[in-house]
Ligand binder design. Structure first.
Ligand code: NDP
Ligand SMILES: O=CC(=O)O
Length: 333
């Protein structure tokens, strides 16, 4: 059976696929596949391991009748039409849990780096602009005791809150669609409305998935309600914030700074004005990018593929409804 892999992934995952006797075809070019190329490579594939943001929509699924399982090398699945995959009887696997700590570390890093203008000051040294000690220059904001707001108190949101409380004794507010009792018990987190989250957070860190409900959630109206000293951190998806509105909010001092691991579009253009702002830190979507975490993601993705091809339930399945009332596997449509 053939697995098509859309990027070079760690050996740890490839080894498992090889040991399972699967034929591996990997896209190794340093550019994204076009939608037509993805269909071409998947036409005779039994499984797809998708590492990246290729669109997996109804048109694609209809064009690849051999495909029995799709494993994402990611936890987010906003690039997949889950309803269509379920209708085609295709289980979708993802990689929850194994990347939680690395991604929360990235959010924490961005909060701290932004609060101290770290990336801008690094560029200042490179320009030869470090001349003498100035007691009133290069000042950032302290985080001790400041209020952290979490939008999306799931696995990564809780890990970010845990770090921030331990490091800076930050009181935690959060907003989800439903309350998270674990975070309330463990972290004393307080469930609030979206408006209260905006109004009361000194740091607002975004950890909800990109969905129709969350698209552009952080727009001009939202930034206008935030504190002028607030730091906005997004390690979820760039589609949750409206970039022109974020730029205006920073230029108009409606908020103080922003730390972004995700942008819209990705990659961000090097001329983007955000990259010139002192109180902005941008990273190239590296939330889960540690050697250990990427190995663990590749292993879980490979386990999802192997289970799917055996007709077994995936260890991490996004659409368990695919198993309801019918044998696992792709029905004849
Ligand atoms: N930068 C990077 O490299 C990475 C980015 N990510 C991103 O982080 C996201 C979160 O991952 P993870 O913590 O594992 O996911 P979880 O599913 O554990 O948490 C998501 C949280 O978001 C909440 N949520 C969902 N919809 C809404 C909504 N409409 N409004 C408010 N809250 C909502 C959920 O609560 P409820 O259901 O109660 O609303 C849940 O608590 C991923 O979807 C992915 O996009 C993940 C890993 C790496
Ligand atoms: O963005 C990364 C993910 O795992 O989702």
């Amino acid at each position: 059976m053939k697995v098509f892999i859309t990027r070079v992934i760690p050996q740890a995952g490839l080894r498992l696929l090889e040991e399972a006797g699967l034929t591996i075809e990997q896209w190794t070019k340093k550019r994204n596949l076009t939608p037509a190329e993805l269909v071409d490579h998947c036409r005779d594939a039994d499984a797809l391991l998708s590492a990246g943001s290729s669109k997996i929509d109804a048109g694609f699924l209809a064009a690849v009748p051999h495909l029995k399982v799709i494993a994402l090398h990611a936890v987010g699945y906003d690039n997949v039409d889950i309803t269509a995959a379920t209708a085609h009887g295709i289980p979708i696997g993802n990689t929850p849990g194994v990347l939680t700590d690395a991604t929360a570390d990235t959010a924490f890093l961005l909060m701290l780096a932004t609060s101290r203008k770290a990336f801008y000051l690094h560029k200042k040294i490179l320009r030869g602009d470090w001349n003498f000690f100035e007691p009133t220059a290069n000042l950032g904001l302290s985080l001790e005791g400041k209020t952290l707001g979490i939008f999306g108190m799931g696995s990564i949101g809780q890990a970010m809150a845990r770090r921030s409380k331990a490091a800076y004794n930050m009181p935690i507010l959060y907003h989800n669609r439903k309350p998270c009792t674990t975070a309330e018990k463990e972290l004393g987190a307080r469930y609030v409305s979206f408006e209260t989250l905006l109004r009361e957070s000194d740091v607002l860190s975004v950890h909800a998935p990109l969905t129709a409900d969350t698209q552009d959630k952080f727009n001009a109206a939202a930034f206008a309600q935030m504190k002028p000293n607030a730091i906005f951190v997004n390690t979820a998806r760039g589609g949750l914030h409206n970039e022109p509105d974020l730029i205006s909010a920073l230029l108009n001092h409606q908020i103080w700074g922003a730390g972004l691991d995700v942008t819209n579009p990705e990659p961000m253009h090097p001329d983007n004005v955000l990259l010139q702002m002192p109180n902005v830190c941008v990273l190239p979507h590296i939330g889960s990018a540690t050697v250990e975490t990427r190995d663990a993601m590749a292993i879980l993705a490979a386990r999802n593929i192997i289970a799917g091809l055996k007709g077994e339930r995936l260890p991490a399945v996004v659409n368990p409804q695919v198993y309801e009332g019918k044998p696992a596997g792709r029905p004849a449509l």
